[in-house]
Design a protein around this ligand. Sequence first.
Ligand SMILES: [Zn+2]
Length: 213
Amino acid sequence: MNYQAEREEVCAYGREMLDSNLTIHTSGNVSRRVPEGMLITPSNTPYHDIKPEDVLMMDLDGNVLEGEANPSVEHKVHIACYKFREEVQGVIHSHPQLGTAFAAARVPLPGFLDEFGVFVGEEVRVADYAMSGTPDVAENLVKALGEDSNAAFLASHGMVTVGRTLFDAMRVAKMVERAAGTYLWTMALGGPADLPEDARQFFRQAFQIFRAG
Ligand SMILES: [Zn+2]
């Protein structure tokens, strides 16, 4: 079996997603890019039970190259991210409570905090709704990501974060979930103050530098 270390990494980030309350039970999925396509967690398997050999290898046309388990219908979203942004090496699809509230209300989360702009990007937009598993979900998601954000909400569903590593994609997921909560409290206090335009410009540049690596 190839990619033992990479398969273990995918398993570890699946467990971290669950243990960090970014999802429940078997919802969501974690993948990382490999030269053949991607390695992705299998459908309907509890994260703490997924072994490296259970991780599926798929090409970017959606074919399973290695593995016995069923791929999640959401594998199309992961493939779309790898095709859309060539720097992306890791994708995390999660169902966090606060982020999913924004996804359900279809309210974007603006870049209202310093570090948010550097790591997450301009804002977390909400992809147009399409039924789970359809090609439109993937297409709408990458449109919402654009070139200036590492996170987007799936309308009435959850969240997708991307990064140059799975570590980066996980940091973005945790940062967005925390910012979503902070934003709600900030709204109770009268709403966030505007960041000065020169600061926003600086964060935009830093984001693109990080993105390019
Ligand atoms: Zn999902």
